[in-house]
Write a protein that binds this ligand. Structure first.
Ligand SMILES: *[C@@H]1O[C@H](CO)[C@@H](O)[C@H](O)[C@H]1NC(C)=O
Ligand SMILES: *[C@@H]1O[C@H](CO)[C@@H](O)[C@H](O)[C@H]1NC(C)=O
Ligand SMILES: *[C@@H]1O[C@H](CO)[C@@H](O)[C@H](O)[C@H]1NC(C)=O
Ligand SMILES: *[C@@H]1O[C@H](CO)[C@@H](O)[C@H](O)[C@H]1NC(C)=O
Ligand SMILES: *[C@@H]1O[C@H](CO)[C@@H](O)[C@H](O)[C@H]1NC(C)=O
Length: 388
C-alpha cells in the first residue's frame, strides 16, 4: 500500500512537471500621442485586456508614472541620439537613470532597458563600439544605486543583422556588424545575465520572398504547410519560429547559444500604400491571435524548447507614421497602421490575450499520457500484490 501511495505521489509529481511548459511573457508597444486617451485610461484598458508587459519606445516620465502600482512590467528605450554622450560619460547615463528610473522604481515595475533601437539600420558600424560602452555605463549606474534586476541591452532588427534565415541552422550574423558589435555585446550579455533583444517581422520576410506561402507567415497549421531545415531535418510550421531559430543558430555560431531572446517588436500592418493585398485587418488579426496562441501553447521552437522569453506586439494604437519613421520608433517592416486599438480604445478586431483560458493541446496530451501511465502502473501493482 505504501508503495502504491509513493508511486502515485511520484506520478503526480511527474504530471505536474509535464504540465509546466514554456511561459513567454506577451506584451505590447505603446506610443502615446496628444490625440490619444491619457495614459491612465490606457493603463486601465491594458489591465482589462490582461496585458502584463508594455514596451515604451518613448520613455516619457509621465507615462512611466502612470504604470506605478500596476502589475504591468515596463521595457524602456533610451533614444539613439543619447548613445554618444552616454558612452563617453557615466554621469550622462546616471542623469537618464535619475530622471526615468529612480523616481518610479520599484513602484513602476521596470524590467528592461534597451540602449538605442535599431542602431545598425544604416549598416554603419563606425560608432558601434560606443554601443557596448553605453550599455556598460547604464548598467553600472544602476548597479551603483543597488538596482540589479533590470536587464540592459540594445535592440537590433532581424533584417539588418542576419545573413540568410533559411535554412535557420545555417544562419549567421552579417559582417562586419557580427564581429564588431554583436560578438562583444553577446559577451557582455553573458557576463551580466541579460537578454538579446530583436525586432522580428515575418511580414517583411514574406514580402521579400514571394515563394513563402502566406499561411506559413500567419500561423495557419495546415498539413503541408511546413518547411524543412535540410541540415537538421527539423520541420518548421511557421515563419516566426524559423526566424527565432535563425537568431539562436547565429548566436550559437558566435559562441553564445544560451542567451534568452526577447522579441522587442513583432506585428502585422493593416495598411500598406505600396501593396494593400496582405496589409489588412483580417491578416493582422490572424497573425496576432496565431502568435498569442502559439506562444501560450508552450511549444517553444525546434532549437529552444522554452521559446522566446518575451514578445512585444507592435503595437497598441496606430502611431503617426511620419513621426515613427523620422524618430526611428519602429525597427522594420513596411506598411502602416500597425495598431490593434482604435483611438477610442475599442478593438479593430477581436484578439484574446488570455487565449480564452482553453487548455492547449499539448497539455491535454500530457494529461492523457500520464493518466494512462498511472492506470498501467496501478494494474502492475495490483498484479504483484495478488501474486504474493
Ligand atoms: C498584483 O499582483 C499581486 C500578486 O499577484 C496581487 O495580489 C495584486 O492584487 C495585483 N495588483 C494589481 C493592481 O493588479
Ligand atoms: C557629462 O554629462 C553631464 C550630464 O549630462 C553633463 O553635465 C557634463 O557636461 C558631461 N560631461 C562631459 C565631459 O561631456
Ligand atoms: C539570471 O536571470 C534570471 C532571470 O532574470 C534569474 O532567474 C537568474 O537567477 C539570474 N542568474 C544569475 C546568476 O544572476
Ligand atoms: C504626424 O506627425 C507629423 C510630424 O511630426 C505632423 O506634421 C503631422 O501633422 C502628424 N499627423 C497627424 C495625423 O497627427
Ligand atoms: C470607435 O472608433 C471606430 C473607428 O472610428 C468606430 O468604428 C467604432 O464604432 C468606435 N467605437 C465606439 C464604441 O465608439
Amino acid at each position: 500500500m505504501t508503495h502504491s501511495l509513493s508511486l502515485i505521489t511520484f506520478l503526480s509529481l511527474l504530471f505536474l512537471f509535464s504540465s509546466i511548459t514554456a511561459t513567454t511573457t506577451i506584451g505590447v508597444t505603446y506610443i502615446s500621442s496628444p490625440t490619444l486617451p491619457p495614459p491612465e485610461k490606457v493603463v486601465a484598458v491594458l489591465q482589462s485586456l490582461k496585458i502584463t508587459s508594455v514596451r515604451l519606445p518613448v520613455a516619457d516620465p509621465n507615462i512611466i508614472r502612470a504604470f506605478s502600482y500596476t502589475n504591468i512590467s515596463l521595457f524602456l528605450v533610451i533614444p539613439n541620439s543619447l548613445i554618444p554622450s552616454i558612452s563617453g560619460n557615466r554621469s550622462a547615463a546616471s542623469h537618464w537613470i535619475y530622471s526615468h528610473v529612480v523616481p518610479f522604481y520599484p513602484r513602476a515595475h521596470i524590467t528592461a532597458i534597451s540602449v538605442g533601437n535599431n542602431v545598425l539600420a544604416q549598416g554603419d558600424v563606425t560608432s558601434a563600439d560606443l554601443l557596448v560602452l553605453a550599455i556598460r555605463n547604464v548598467r553600472r549606474s544602476l548597479v551603483d544605486i543597488g538596482i540589479l534586476k533590470i536587464t540592459v541591452s540594445t535592440t537590433f532588427s532581424f533584417v539588418n543583422i542576419m545573413t540568410t534565415s533559411f535554412p535557420p541552422s545555417s544562419a549567421e550574423f552579417q559582417e562586419p556588424a557580427g564581429n564588431f558589435v554583436i560578438k562583444p555585446l553577446l559577451q557582455l550579455l553573458t557576463e551580466t545575465n541579460s537578454s538579446f533583444f530583436v525586432s522580428l517581422y515575418p511580414y517583411s520576410v514574406y514580402k521579400l520572398r514571394p515563394e513563402i506561402p502566406i499561411g506559413f507567415a500567419l500561423f495557419q497549421e495546415l498539413p503541408y504547410n511546413f518547411r524543412e531545415d535540410t541540415v537538421t531535418g527539423v520541420r518548421y510550421r511557421n515563419l516566426f519560429d524559423l526566424m527565432v531559430d535563425a537568431v539562436i543558430a547565429a548566436m550559437a555560431v558566435a559562441g553564445h547559444e544560451n542567451i534568452p531572446v526577447v522579441v522587442a517588436e513583432t506585428g502585422w500592418p493593416c495598411f500598406d500604400p505600396s501593396s494593400e493585398a496582405e496589409a489588412r485587418g483580417i491578416y493582422a488579426e490572424m497573425y496576432l491571435q496565431g502568435l498569442i496562441n502559439h506562444l501560450r501553447s508552450g511549444k517553444g521552437t525546434p532549437l529552444r524548447k522554452e521559446g522566446v522569453a518575451e514578445a512585444y506586439i507592435y503595437e497598441l494604437f496606430d502611431a503617426n507614421e511620419t513621426a515613427t519613421r523620422n524618430q526611428g520608433l519602429r525597427s522594420g517592416g513596411t506598411g502602416q497602421n500597425w495598431g490593434f486599438l482604435f483611438p477610442n480604445m475599442s478593438m479593430k478586431f477581436e484578439i484574446d490575450f488570455s487565449n480564452g483560458g482553453s487548455i492547449p493541446p499539448a497539455a491535454v496530451f500530457g494529461m492523457v499520457f500520464w493518466f494512462l501511465l498511472l492506470v498501467i502502473w496501478l494494474f502492475i501493482l495490483l498484479d504483484i500484490g495478488t501474486s504474493f
